[in-house]
Design a binder for this molecule. Structure first.
Ligand SMILES: NC(=O)c1ccc[n+]([C@@H]2O[C@H](COP(=O)([O-])OP(=O)(O)OC[C@H]3O[C@@H](n4cnc5c(N)ncnc54)[C@H](O)[C@@H]3O)[C@@H](O)[C@H]2O)c1
Ligand SMILES: N[C@@H](CCO)C(=O)O
Length: 283
């Protein structure tokens, strides 16, 4: 059967991982999908050390992938707002489907991108943009599609949860654990997004849009991060029977939808208080 030909833009933590999964699990994927998925081209500035692209058509210009007539699906994994927006719109204009893990892009430019995709008859898929290892977008959109959702809440930034967990369990300083989360590839290229709650607000914006069937409204989200939380705060919360977690919360209210991300005191016995660190999905 005719393969689906993908072009991957960006070979960092997620792009490199995507390249490896598509390569290593090619037979399994083809059996399940009903068609082989082949990597037609990659575009990169640097390559994740675990990634071997020998024999693959490679370029440093992401727009070559967006206009390559042999590419059916462009996978955008370069991150950021501006070039990513132009790249995705160019791919759509050239009739390509798009897959992206870029929550910043979807939260801020998603309304424009989905309109362009609809007009062109292509799909923009973004499951990995929120809780990458859990199919939460598919569950909300399809599994719960007939339900009236009253609220959505959860821990939606792994870096923040990693920091709070290790501050609490090991009494370590904020900056020390942040540096570790960066080295492990959990943090955004600008970690301010993680520690100031911006990444969580991007994700909450996307979840709320799907849960309530409304346009993306990132600018309406109240955003507070964990950067001002000290080891002493974590210890005091513990003494009082609480755990500090950074949550994304959206609710229907009489005044309209509420979107907020901020640190929250959760009683120790609650399930959310016991979600620790970062859980990586299996390969
Ligand atoms: N790291 C995670 O755990 C994670 C999880 C889910 C989603 N995401 C999202 O996935 C995207 C990628 O994140 P990442 O962690 O892989 O970042 P990364 O910094 O590890 O990788 C991005 C790669 O893109 C390359 N790049 C950037 N601009 C480019 C350009 N113009 N041309 C060619 N290459 C370019 C960089 O050199 C880098 O290698 C981001 O949107 C991020 O928010 C990350
Ligand atoms: N920087 C993000 C990556 C996953 O979206 C986080 O820590 O949650």
């Amino acid at each position: 059967m005719k393969p689906v030909r993908v072009g991957i833009c960006g070979l960092g933590t997620v792009g490199g991982g995507t390249f490896n999964v598509l390569t290593r699990n090619a037979d399994d994927i083809a059996r399940r999908a009903g068609r082989p998925i082949v990597i037609e081209q990659v575009a990169h500035r640097s390559i994740h050390p675990d990634c071997d692209i020998t024999g693959i058509n490679a370029t440093s210009d992401v727009f070559e992938v967006a206009t390559n007539p042999n590419v059916d699906v462009l996978v955008e994994l370069i991150g950021g707002y501006d070039i990513a927006r132009e790249l995705v719109l160019t791919a759509i204009e050239n009739g390509k489907h798009v897959v992206t893990a870029n929550k910043a892009l979807i939260a801020v430019h998603g309304n424009e991108i989905f309109k362009a995709a609809h007009e062109k008859g292509v799909i923009v898929a973004f499951e990995a943009a929120v809780a990458g290892g859990i199919p939460v977008i598919k569950s909300l959109r399809e599994g719960l599609g007939a339900n009236r959702i009253e609220w959505v809440a959860g821990i939606i930034n792994g870096t923040g949860n990693y920091i709070l967990t290790h501050m609490r369990d090991e009494g370590r300083a904020f900056e020390d654990v942040l540096a570790e989360a960066q080295a492990l590839g959990y943090a955004e290229s600008d970690p301010t997004f993680d520690v100031e709650g911006i990444d969580a607000a991007h994700k909450l914006t996307i979840l709320a849009s799907i849960a309530y069937g409304v346009p993306l409204q990132f600018e309406k989200a109240f955003t507070e991060g964990i950067s001002r939380i000290t080891a002493e705060d974590v210890e005091q919360a513990d003494n009082l029977g609480y755990v500090i977690k950074h949550l994304g919360i959206s609710k229907r209210t009489d005044q309209g939808l509420e979107l907020r991300v901020h640190p929250t005191l959760i009683p120790k016995e609650r399930l959310l208080a016991n979600v620790h660190g970062v859980k990586m999905p299996s390969r």
